[in-house]
Design a binder for this molecule. Sequence first.
Ligand SMILES: *Cc1c(COP(=O)(O)O)cnc(C)c1O
Length: 363
Amino acid sequence: MVTFLDLHAAYLELKLEIDTAVANVLDSGRYVLGPEVEAFEVEWADYCEARHAVGLANGLDALTLALRALEIGPGDEVIVPSNTFIATWLAVSKVGATPIPVEPDPATHNIDPNRIEAAITSRTCALLPVHLYGQPADLDPILEIASRNRLRVIEDAAQAHGARYKGRRIGAHGDIVCWSFYPGKNLGALGDAGAITTDDKALAERVALLRNYGSRQKYVNEEAGVNSRLDPLQAAVLRVKLEVLDDWTNRRRAIVARYAEGLTNSDLILPHVPDWAEPVWHLYVVRSSERDALRARLTGAGIETLIHYPIPPHMQEAYAGLGIAPDALPLARNMAQDVLSLPIGPQLGLDEACSVIAAVKAG
Ligand SMILES: *Cc1c(COP(=O)(O)O)cnc(C)c1O
């Protein structure tokens, strides 16, 4: 049996350190914000080559508060990828703005910069690229289009912890970068958690204000904020896991090297990595015109696979109100039919990767 991602094995590998860190928080008497959250914010900003980080309750809130901090709201349009996890779109909807989908470059699965300008209108306020599957989007043309059209850039980096674009870590290329530490992410907490990073001090302060009821001083509220504070217990877990993040990313890379070598002569389309990208392989997504048959065969061989994502946002009932026809975004629609995510994670053995390869080739 090859599991897709073994979160319990990840915990067991660091059990001693995590249990100690959690016990220290329990003993500290500080259960909301405080020194553990502040220490993680400093370390996370540093890791991301950004000046500031603000710890939040989850990734969806990171996106939502980033949009709010940039004053994006009703009547505004935000350009989003047509193929992404629905949270990217939901954040835009949550602030009352409209997500405007742009199709991907099929080679990288990331938003195609060449298609962005055609989607810009007088209402467009921001571009919201996603670094999907752990591979950076092509940020230079995106930033150039944004500056030429006076748009803000919000990055959804929920799958890209530690990835580099042209040598620099994802973390502050755009105005603000949004992170999720959902347990299954490359840097995952033991519960929900999130953050933003930015080089803009005023923006960081605004998000910090919004996450805490819009209050700097207790019972004095400057604006109608929310409660979206990073839990210090999760901050303590994240600090332990941050120390091994690069090591665990390298293990993912070793699995990918094995997959790439073993699957080159198969019928699958393997992920393409542009020479400026250093992906962190949150997911290893292949494409197959016989995807469902392949998936059934792998399941039969005891190999767990997943589909990221089976229904694109524009075809979800949640977005029926936008009235976008399925065929209006054919690349996103087709991808949902032929993508397949193979098992990957720091605790996956190279021998297990070899059994995946063997099972794919046995077809
Ligand atoms: C996980 C994820 C989110 C949402 O993060 P949560 O912490 O689950 O709210 C947003 N965008 C993308 C691309 C994600 O993968």
